[in-house]
Design a protein around this ligand. Structure first.
Ligand code: HGY
Ligand code: MN
Ligand code: MN
Length: 414
């Protein structure tokens, strides 16, 4: 079976492993559907001769031994969880292309010197707990036992620790953290999730920087009352306050930082939610992205400044909390060069670019030399059922990973 057919067969098999949902595919972390997805990938890893293990956080590893077991290892992969109503490529493509590159190494009959681990992380999307990059931050060590009790499911209120136990894990993170281990490189392949490569007719993105991200959690408090009896000039409408704030911040971002920064109100919940009741409360999130830490800080400042104005104008109280804050990440220049050289060797078109999406790579770059490879997203579509990466581009991505592993494997260890 050709490379691209094998990868697509696995992508389509995983697409069919989903929670019931309005559309697309949905495998939130620590759910039975997530477990079925992990078992499918685990079987595929073992079919290709990799030794598999699942750590206490639920991250999945597939190990391909090298000639020199104690040499600093190569690790490559991405996340296995999804957002709600997702497509079938986000995260998955990176795990399957890394697995395909590992298979190519086995098939070549020329083992690497270094061990190669294919990694499928858990909890990269913030879907279940409102906190993203969970599996990678437990591996990297910023997060540990404390977060297992601090994080609670947005829908069931269970702690991360209770959820891990219910999933069949021990309920602690012993052995998960790998900070301090000798790792030569972590390389993540991912769908670009934007239109740049496809619009330019290019196959490979060599990622230079990953954006800074802030997730703002905002609650607007008003006063529930009858919609027909309270004059517009005196009511305390929480939904109006929320909409005023969202429009002010997004107008500011568009006027001041168009093309440099983004602000998105992805979730908004109005309470009590009756047609005939002035909303007493509105919960919303604002997702801020930019490669400039200064722009991010200015947007957070603007939100806090605008909050006071909207409180006065709409007679509401507004709580603003920065729930997640990730710094902008510059990826390893040497690995970028390796990826670029691999594209040249293979004759594949490429360009250097930044990532507007967050990835586990931004976490691993704190402890390991880290690089990213992008493959084109059809129409730039992602977090959408129609997400698509052409099979031949996935195969090229696997080839670039293979050549990059070979080049990194051959390098001496300083
Ligand atoms: O939010 C992101 O950028 C990624 O999809 N987790
Ligand atoms: Mn995603
Ligand atoms: Mn992703």
């Amino acid at each position: 079976m050709a490379k691209q057919e094998r990868i697509v067969e696995d992508i389509e098999a995983l697409r069919r492993i989903t929670q019931p949902c309005a559309c697309g595919t949905q495998r939130p972390s620590y759910t039975p559907e997530y477990r079925r997805g992990v078992e499918y990938v685990r079987r595929r890893m073992e079919a290709f001769g990799l030794k598999t293990r699942e750590d206490n956080a639920g991250n999945l590893y597939g190990l391909l031994e090298g000639r020199q077991p104690d040499a600093p290892k190569l690790i490559s992969g991405s996340h296995l969880d999804s957002v709600k109503c997702s497509g079938a490529y986000d995260g998955i493509a990176g795990v399957l292309c890394a697995l395909e590159a590992a298979r190519m190494i086995v098939e070549s009959g020329v083992p690497l010197r270094r061990p190669l681990e294919v990694l499928g992380t858990i909890g990269e999307e913030g879907t279940r707990f409102g906190q993203a990059l969970i599996g990678s931050q437990l591996i990297e060590g910023s997060w540990g036992e404390e977060q297992l009790d601090a994080f609670h499911g947005l829908e069931d209120g269970l702690s991360l620790r209770q959820t891990m136990r219910a999933y069949g894990l021990p309920g602690n993170v012993e052995g998960v953290c790998r900070r301090g281990e000798r790792v030569k490189a972590f390389v993540e392949l991912h769908a670009e999730q934007g239109p740049v490569l496809e619009d330019a007719g290019l196959s490979i993105g060599v990622v230079e920087n990953i954006v800074a991200i802030s997730w703002m959690y905002i609650t607007v408090h008003g006063m529930a009352s009858h919609p027909g009896t309270i004059p517009m000039s005196v009511r305390r409408d929480a939904c109006v306050g929320a909409c005023r704030l969202v429009c002010a911040v997004t107008d500011y971002a568009r006027e001041r930082y168009d093309g440099e920064a983004t602000v998105t109100a992805g979730k908004m919940e109005v309470f009590p939610g009756n047609t005939n009741c002035i909303p007493s409360r509105c919960d919303l999130t604002l997702d801020i992205r930019t490669c400039s830490g200064a722009y991010r800080d200015d947007l957070v400042r603007f939100i806090r400044e605008k909050k006071a104005e909207v409180e006065r104008e709409c007679r509401v109280e507004i709580e603003v909390r920065e729930g997640m804050r990730q710094a902008p990440t510059a990826l390893d220049a040497g690995i970028q060069q390796c990826i670029e050289d691999s594209c040249r060797k293979l004759g594949y078109s490429w360009r250097r670019m930044n990532s507007g999406a967050g990835h586990d790579a931004m976490i691993f770059s704190r402890i390991w030399p880290t690089g990213m490879v992008f493959v084109p997203s059809r129409g730039g579509l992602t977090h959408h059922p129609d997400e698509f990466v052409p099979p031949e581009e996935l195969a090229k991505g696997a080839d670039v990973l293979y050549e990059t592993f070979r080049a990194l494997d051959a390098q001496s260890d300083g």
